[in-house]
Ligand binder design. Structure first.
Ligand SMILES: [Zn+2]
Ligand SMILES: [Zn+2]
Length: 255
């Protein structure tokens, strides 16, 4: 069964790369944001748009996805909502403006994996000396269900986490947390439904990698924080001392 699924997965990857070749042949590569044509298909945006996106990244205090506020780094949990349903400390790199949404969409769904590396490098420049990074023992990506991972060919959270692990020199534990249920997409659910949808869908497989460890939990995008909350709850139940979350995108904070 596993072999069968794996070969389906690699066949999909083959089809995907074939599709990319054909697409590049039919449509000359162009910047997905400003639509100007590019010299080659190695990047999905032009250097000007990339510069604009990277400029949107600013070092900020941790962000609370539940009450949508930043709060001082010295607190472990958001004081405003008392950490209720909040995953706790979360650092997120960019607000999801329409352009950034499109850019991260290309990363998540269309295999533009180089995008994760650009953001990871910026994250390293900004946070390598930060206290919370110095205190991490292990990096854990938010897992995809096995079926979804095979369909897509990669887990976007894992790709980003992998770059962070390499740059920060912190071990990656990418098999310790598993998504045991295939859930419907969170996209069209409201906040309450999102929390219900992910309840109990994660399980710890290798407890040794988590017990008494300070974990950096990594995902590509945070919306309501439901997935991060459920993962951090699962990690803490398995004995993680602290769980700090890190994502590329977050909603635009309304002040
Ligand atoms: Zn452009
Ligand atoms: Zn809060």
């Amino acid at each position: 069964m596993i072999t069968e699924l794996s070969s389906t997965g690699s066949f999909r990857q083959y089809l995907h790369s074939l599709y990319e070749d054909v697409a590049c042949f039919i449509f000359p590569p162009y910047c997905i944001i400003c639509k100007t044509s590019l010299e080659d298909g190695k990047q999905s945006v032009c250097s000007q748009c990339l510069e604009d996106i990277m400029r949107e990244i600013k070092g900020t205090d941790p962000y609370c996805p539940v009450c949508e506020k930043q709060y001082p780094d010295i607190f472990d949990r958001c004081r405003r909502c008392s950490g209720r349903n909040s995953p706790g400390k979360l650092y997120a790199l960019v607000p999801m403006t329409p352009h950034i949404r499109e850019y991260l969409h290309a990363y998540k769904y269309f295999g533009r994996l180089e995008i994760a590396e650009d953001f990871a490098r910026r994250a390293f420049e900004m946070y390598n000396d930060a206290e919370f990074v110095q205190q991490i023992d292990v990096i854990v990506p938010v897992p995809l269900h096995r079926r979804k991972r095979l369909q897509r060919g990669y887990n976007q959270a894992e790709v980003f986490a992998c770059h962070l692990s390499e740059l920060f020199g912190t071990p990656l534990a990418n098999n310790s947390l598993k998504r045991i249920k295939h859930t419907k997409s969170q996209t069209y659910l409201n906040a309450k439904q999102r929390f219900e949808n992910v309840k109990g869908v994660f399980r710890i497989i290798d407890g040794k990698q988590i017990r008494n460890k300070r974990v950096l939990l990594v995902d590509d995008i945070v919306t309501t924080g439901a997935t991060l909350y459920e993962c951090s709850r699962t990690l803490k139940k398995a004995g993680a001392t602290t769980v700090v979350s890190f994502t590329i995108g977050r909603p635009v904070i309304k002040d």
